[in-house]
Design a protein around this ligand. Sequence first.
Ligand code: ADP
Ligand code: MG
Length: 239
Amino acid sequence: MAKVLEVKEISKRFLGLLALHRVSLHLEEGEILAVIGPNGAGKSTLLNVISGLLRPDSGEILLLGENISHLPPEARTHRGLGRAFQIVQPLPELTVRENLLVGALFGKPGLKRKEAEAWVAEVLDLTGLSPRAEALAGELTLLEDKRLELARALATRPRVLLLDEVMAGLRPKEAEEAVALVRRIRDSGVSVLFIEHVMPVVRALADRVVVLDYGEVIAEGAYEEVAQDERVKEAYLGR
Ligand code: ADP
Ligand code: MG
């Protein structure tokens, strides 16, 4: 299987603190990979380094085989790296459809308006937001907000999608719907790397799990394997 994303020996220091220490991992085409770990393990720092919001001190990021380490975040987006945030940040005065159009035009500069509109219609359909297309983004329910955040990331036409705790705050039934949506996104041809605290979501969604603790990868494998790992149990108990 092809590796769509490769993280190679990434280290990142904040003053005295080593937030990431030679972290290596990869994402395969069509895979859903979870990155978990206790608070402060370095998960958000890792996503920020992958998306280009933070420069690592050393190491490389490869997207679809290309070294993107030197590129700013927008250029990474243009090359197929999408990102959704825990704190949803749509433009509240715009409709759902308009928010997605902004995402589509940002993701692929030079995209014709007609093409962008057609793509947005597909994203609305995939994410179940079509009935809410003309609603203002500021008027959505929490679950609709999460859908919109995923839809905005999808609007940029990613090959690889990074999700940072997008299930936070959802009730179990809503989280189930969100899990189904992420599966549909994967089935549409997008590989997914997600950070998540909600363990039932990790178990339901992840093909493979990577565990971080104090900035290092301490375990990797199927959910059932890493859940039984002594170092993983200790990491969660020790915090
Ligand atoms: P996680 O997302 O796994 O909870 P983070 O990546 O947010 O962990 O943080 C990893 C470590 O780096 C923590 O100890 C955190 O306090 C520290 N850290 C994160 N961002 C910064 C920053 N901008 N400046 C200084 N320290 C930071
Ligand atoms: Mg975090």
